[in-house]
Design a protein around this ligand. Structure first.
Ligand code: E4P
Length: 217
């Protein structure tokens, strides 16, 4: 399973990229606003920090303007992936861009039928939002199970990119179901490294090592 980080904070991205475990980045207009930098500049900076796809989202609602925006975004770097909303115009744009060999992430997916349409439109990634789905009284992970089943039934190559992740259980369930990618905020990814028994174990080993009076280097 690939790990993407969901942020436009370049310091956080650089920090996670240094682990060698980061496969890509997703951004959205809210995250860009939070970063407080020029959209094109910050996207270019992010693209230089990772080898994998960096999702940059269009903000137009109509197909023609989405295509013009995508043209600008595509020129930023080779690893830009165009993010479009799951609407009729968004999927028209997805079909046109992927037909040209551009990577497209279809975002704001809340139903398995929407995911089916995105796959038919040739999406590289489909982004079902599990956290927001849970917030509205549905089971976000059931949505991922349904999409996995449907994509496997028809051998669709669209990758399931689990988005709106809030905690480690979302990550664990995504891996159990066989999602292709998760995108999570930096704090959630950093939290995955941690376990209280790991910390306790290190503490005990170091206390015993100190008693030996030895050094490795
Ligand atoms: C995905 O690409 C989105 O940027 C993101 O996961 C949205 O998450 P949120 O529901 O925490 O805003």
């Amino acid at each position: 399973m690939k790990f993407f980080v969901d942020t436009a904070d370049t310091a956080e991205i650089a920090d996670l990229a240094a682990t060698g475990l980061l496969d890509g980045v997703t951004t959205n207009p809210t995250l860009i606003a939070k970063a407080g930098k020029d959209f094109i500049e910050v996207t270019r900076e992010i693209c230089g920090l990772v080898d994998g796809p960096v999702s940059a989202e269009v903000v137009a609602l109509d197909h023609e303007t989405m295509m013009r925006e995508a043209e600008v975004l595509r020129k930023i770097a080779d690893n830009v992936c165009i993010k479009v909303p799951l609407t009729i115009d968004g999927l028209k744009t997805c079909k046109a861009l992927t037909g040209d060999g551009t990577k497209v992430n279809v975002t704001l997916c809340f139903s398995a039928n929407q995911a089916l349409l995105a796959a038919k439109a040739g999406a590289t990634f489909i982004s079902p939002f599990v956290g927001r789905h849970d917030d509205n009284g549905f089971d976000g992970m059931d949505l991922i199970r349904d999409i996995r089943l449907i994509y496997d039934n028809y051998a669709f190559e669209t990758e399931i990119l689990v988005a709106s992740i809030r905690h480690g259980v979302h990550v664990l369930e995504s891996a159990r179901i066989g999602a292709d990618v998760i995108t999570a905020p930096p704090a959630v990814i950093k939290g995955l490294f941690k376990h209280v028994l790991t910390d306790k174990g290190i503490e005990g080993f170091l206390a015993d090592w100190a008693k030996t009076g030895q050094k490795i280097v």
